[in-house]
Design a protein around this ligand. Structure first.
Ligand SMILES: Cc1cc2nc3c(=O)[nH]c(=O)nc-3n(C[C@H](O)[C@H](O)[C@H](O)COP(=O)(O)OP(=O)(O)OC[C@H]3O[C@@H](n4cnc5c(N)ncnc54)[C@H](O)[C@@H]3O)c2cc1C
Length: 339
């Protein structure tokens, strides 16, 4: 393929920023269009899986993200109805780093600083469609409500998961629970969870069933399942988010044509219950760049990307409880095809 591929990335969130970095890494000329201002406030946090940390190393930001976040090494689940307890390691064989919990605003700041450093021009406050940009390659990374997806002819609708979420933060860690472990308490109406760190404090969430996306669930009702956990100690003194409805997108529709492709939630959105949306978006970025580098034409590279990524997205989308879908290895996420 030509050495200076010209690419336009629509969306400068986690998927778009990492796709732009990975494309720049293989020598492409990239411009990013992001609808929001650079100073827009990004709330909440994400836990990135070990494969995401491997991928972020490939685009030169892994160390910075580990420095602004903290490691998560295990998940402990308690079913409050049956009493069943499970533990799952949040490290993965073959990947050097454990999962990492990071504020969304810090993750985006690190990615966007890196875009500046590698001279990727990013147009903030600029909403565009795939019809409005001219480039050999267009990457649609505008999230679950992607217009590029519609323009590609993919009419699969977003589906309400039947759950809403609120999350909260308190600057101090919780006494009585181990740090760097994600705790989940499953109850008849959803799940509550907690993870904490000495420096960054306590992060908790409550996911609750709802009849409709706009169905307001009383705050006390949503927080009630946390009141019987050690997180109860910080609930009254936490910053609490608004209520958000959770959606998912079946990954079976069209992902690419000969010059346009979808990445991240634009192609395959999953509920936070899967804990994989941001991780998958970051994996997409590396596989996209790697496929383009490896194949002789953009069209063949995009077909290869879809062929590699769709089965993993499908397995994540409908994975049975307690079943860990297949994950890419470190070799799958090496930007150099010779590795
Ligand atoms: C409460 C919650 C908790 C989560 N926790 C986790 C977790 O712990 N681990 C995990 O892996 N995942 C998690 N996820 C999922 C994860 O947040 C998403 O999968 C991820 O943010 C998807 O990134 P994205 O860049 O594809 O989409 P988005 O984050 O939606 O970003 C899309 C970007 O495109 C921009 N944009 C939209 N339209 C246009 C346009 N026309 N022109 C230019 N720009 C445009 C938007 O402004 C936005 O910046 C969670 C999700 C939620 C809701």
């Amino acid at each position: 393929m030509r050495t200076r591929l010209g690419a336009a990335v629509i969306g400068g969130g986690i998927a778009g920023a990492t796709a732009a970095l990975a494309l720049a890494e293989i020598g492409a000329r990239v411009e990013v269009y992001e609808a929001k201002a650079r100073t827009a406030i990004e709330g909440g946090s994400v836990t990135l899986g070990p494969s995401a940390m491997t991928a972020l190393d490939q685009v030169g930001v892994g160390e910075r993200i580990r420095a602004v976040g903290f490691p998560v090494v295990e998940a402990r689940m308690v079913n409050t109805v049956t009493g069943r307890e499970d533990r799952v390691s949040w490290c993965e064989p073959g990947h050097q780093w454990s999962s990492t919990h990071v504020w969304r605003r810090d993750l985006l700041a690190v990615l966007r600083d890196r875009l500046d450093r590698v001279s990727v021009r990013t147009h903030y406050g600029t909403a565009v469609t795939a019809r409005e940009v001219t480039a050999e390659l267009v990457v649609g990374a505008e999230g679950a409500r992607s217009e590029t997806r519609r323009l590609l002819g993919n009419s699969i609708p977003l589906r309400f998961t039947g759950q809403v979420i609120r999350y909260g933060h308190h600057p101090g860690p919780l006494p009585g629970l181990p740090r760097h472990v994600l705790h989940f308490w499953i109850h008849p109406y959803g799940v509550v969870g907690y993870v904490g760190d000495d420096r960054d404090g306590s992060f908790w969430f409550s996911r609750h069933t709802a009849d409709a996306p706009t169905d307001p669930i009383d705050l006390a009702r949503m927080l009630h399942p946390l009141c019987t956990t050690p997180a109860a100690a910080v609930l009254d003194v936490s910053d609490v988010s608004d209520q958000f409805a959770l959606y998912e997108l079946d990954p079976r529709g069209i992902w690419n044509n000969s010059d346009t492709v979808l990445t991240g939630d634009a192609a395959h959105a999953v509920s936070p219950a899967a804990g994989r949306g941001a991780t998958s978006a970051i994996e997409d970025a590396i596989v996209l760049a790697r496929s383009l580098r490896h194949f002789g034409s953009i069209a063949a590279g995009l077909d290869a990307y879809t062929a590699i990524r769709r089965p993993l997205a499908s397995a994540t989308y409908r994975s049975p409880r307690h079943h860990r879908p297949p994950r890419p290895t470190a070799d799958d996420l090496a930007l150099s095809v010779d590795r």
